[in-house]
Design a protein around this ligand. Structure first.
Ligand code: ADP
Ligand code: MG
Length: 399
């Protein structure tokens, strides 16, 4: 893949950058600006080189037409604060405002275009419709830099099609993300421990499938535990259970055993009668969950064992909270695993939007981890061994 250095002299050039600025908002207040911060190095590098930078990005899921609730205006304002300089904002994406803002940029200046998903062409499944929109985006700039890691698994106009219409390069963030993921899939340093949690087994099947024989240990926590416990014949009370995945879970237990991989399930579980912050929590053995209780976290014994595996690892990939960390009574397992990741002396990687939010909410700093991925879905698809369209197109362009 071509990198920014391969684009040559950037002074005076208009560079369209696809960033991932899809931050959580509470009204117009940004509650976690991690993705904006992660986009800064590429943007700084381009402006310092004298480029005229146009940033395109999406926010939320508007329905292909303008919707003020999903405006990128607050994001542009935050970007300006973080960069410590002015950031222009175009109130449309490819229309007269975007064209005016693009024409008025001077060297080293930066502008954000309004939410790219206000345009139906962005996410259209129809190649011609998507292509027509990509033509409009491409007309704004001389070059394209793909730096939105959270969207590289999407075949969308601002990710995929525009890269076929302009000289294109990978941005520093995407390059760094891919480098880390490559280390997780090609000859990882051992022991290699994979910790999976979160709400649903069905979200993580592909990753389990692809990593089960690559990892030395696979630790399972979170809501998916109960489908595995059910596969072993245990009752799970009113815990999350995906009945249609029980056979699949059983298959993984058997495959792990055959491959000599440790597949660890919690031996104790924190349970409560209801899904609520103030529900009375008790600890029970994993094979003795009462019928009227639900499992909301891995228990303290299991948390200690998981932490020991993680601390002893040379490579750790963690995706998915161990419990309902949003409620303090059920955050213990997630905290123990996060804390252990900060203590490994190997490569520690956190993937997944909620996992990243969890480590920040629990008070850990980003730099305590080897890498916190900005793209949950994209990193999972990479680890599943899938081809990511936004990366494949850049590889093709540089042939
Ligand atoms: P990520 O975004 O990191 O990939 P997921 O989206 O898969 O993670 O899952 C995150 C959610 O899983 C959290 O909101 C958490 O509350 C929930 N969760 C974890 N353990 C349980 C459990 N035992 N029961 C219900 N929900 C759970
Ligand atoms: Mg999530």
């Amino acid at each position: 893949m071509k990198t920014i250095s391969d684009l040559g002299d950037l002074r005076g050039k208009r560079v369209l950058v696809r960033s991932d600025l899809n931050v959580p908002l509470d009204g117009a207040t940004i509650t976690d600006d991690g993705r904006i911060r992660a986009s800064l190095p590429t943007l700084r590098r381009l402006t310092e080189a004298g480029a005229r930078v146009l940033v395109t990005a999406h926010l939320g899921r508007p329905k292909g037409e303008p919707d003020p609730a999903f405006s990128l205006a607050p994001v542009a304002a935050r970007l300006s604060e973080l960069l410590g300089g002015p950031v222009a904002f175009a109130t449309d994406t490819v229309g007269p405002e975007a064209q005016r803002v693009a024409a008025e940029l001077s060297d080293g200046q930066i502008a954000v275009l309004e939410n790219v998903r206000f345009n139906a062409g962005e996410t259209s499944k129809d190649d011609a419709e998507r292509g027509a929109f990509a033509d409009q985006l491409a007309a704004l700039a001389d070059m394209f830099v793909s730096d939105g890691f959270g969207v590289v698994h999407r075949k969308q106009a601002s990710v995929y099609d525009v890269a076929t219409r302009l000289p294109a390069a990978v941005g520093d963030l995407v390059q760094a993300e891919v480098e880390v993921l490559r280390r997780l899939t090609e000859s990882p340093e051992r022991p290699y421990v994979v910790v999976l949690g979160g709400s649903k087994v069905s979200d993580k099947l592909g990753v389990i499938d692809n990593l089960i024989e690559k990892a030395d240990s696979l630790l399972i926590g979170g809501g998916m535990v109960f489908t595995f416990l059910a596969a072993q014949g245990h009752g799970v009370g009113s815990s999350l259970l995906e009945a249609d995945q029980i056979d699949v879970a059983r298959g993984y237990i058997e495959r792990a055993a055959a491959a000599g991989v440790d597949l660890l399930l919690p031996t104790d579980v924190v349970v409560a009668p209801a899904f609520a912050a103030d529900a009375p929590a008790t600890v029970v053995a994993a094979d003795a969950i009462p019928d009227d209780q639900m499992g909301l976290d891995i228990g303290p014994d299991s948390a200690a064992v998981f932490a020991e595996y993680v601390r002893g690892a040379k490579t750790v990939f963690w995706n998915g909270p161990m419990g309902v960390f949003e409620f303090e009574a059920f955050a213990g397992g997630t905290r123990a695993v996060a804390e252990a990741l900060t203590r490994t002396d190997g490569l520690s990687v956190v993937g997944g939007g909620d996992s990243a939010a969890a480590v920040r909410q629990l008070g850990f700093a980003d730099d305590q981890f080897g890498h916190i991925s900005t793209g949950g879905g994209a990193s999972l698809e990479y680890l599943e061994g899938k081809t990511l369209p936004g990366l494949a197109v850049l590889e093709e362009q540089s042939r």
